[in-house]
Design a protein around this ligand. Structure first.
Ligand code: PRP
Ligand code: URA
Length: 210
């Protein structure tokens, strides 16, 4: 069975994503909005986290209440652009540890080239969310998740802002155990491997490079 695809169509996410897409949105606002959308997506993606019953002493009496249970979380941005989503996620799950996978797409071949990996030491014990604003050909996400699995990760989800159908298909095929969470499914890739309509080069827009 293939991994499921969830599209977060919450109005706030869609509104902010439209401004992110706009070519006239500058670096500062782009960065702030990616951060905000990441927080909203983190709220949605954590909807199914398991809870446990606990007892709490309120100022009034003792009460049965709930806290998070289950495995610890890990967030893994794919460098560079994934970094733009990390703080937004950590606002909601501050106890999560953060790993990094550095990959860039060779502009000629569009194949991912890995240059850095650093993960929490207790990889086997964590549920991971791999994050990157863009899922284009899928090469980077497929390779990043392969890298995590090679180091012992067994529970992985992938979260991005904009996906192309080609990338979703490639990721589902390579990693059928990984569910995919996106803010928008776009139309296609162009001849340069950019998502259409997309938002351009996410790393460049986040960091003001060209
Ligand atoms: C972008 C983006 C993804 C990748 C998606 O990174 O942030 O990581 O491309 O494309 P794919 O699905 O075809 O692999 P890029 O390679 O431009 O590196 P950067 O984040 O360092 O700019
Ligand atoms: N990487 C990006 O940053 N944008 C795209 O449209 C495709 C890959």
């Amino acid at each position: 069975m293939l991994g499921k695809v969830y599209v977060f169509d919450h109005p706030l996410i869609q509104h902010k994503l439209t401004i992110i897409r706009d070519k006239n949105t500058g670096t500062k606002e782009f960065r702030e909005l990616v951060d905000e959308v990441a927080t909203l997506m983190a709220f949605e993606i954590t909807r199914d986290l398991p809870l446990q019953e606990v007892e709490v002493e309120t100022p009034v009496c003792s009460a049965n209440a709930k806290t998070l249970a289950g495995k610890k979380l890990g967030v893994v941005p794919i460098l560079r652009a994934g970094i733009g989503m990390v703080d937004g996620i950590l606002k909601l799950i501050p106890a999560a540890k953060v790993g990094h996978v550095g990959l860039y797409r060779d502009p000629e071949t569009l194949m991912p080239v890995e240059y850095y990996v650093k993960l929490p030491s207790d990889v086997e014990e964590r549920d991971f969310i791999v994050v990157d604003p863009m899922l284009a050909t899928g090469g980077s996400a497929v390779e990043a998740i392969r890298s995590l699995k090679k180091r012992g990760a067994t529970s992985i989800r992938f979260m991005c802002l904009v996906a192309a159908p080609e990338g979703v298909e490639a990721l589902q095929e390579a990693h059928p155990d990984v569910d995919i969470y996106i803010a928008a499914m776009d139309e296609k890739l162009n001849e340069k491997g950019y998502i259409v309509p997309g938002l351009g080069d996410a790393g460049d827009r986040l960091f003001g490079t060209k």
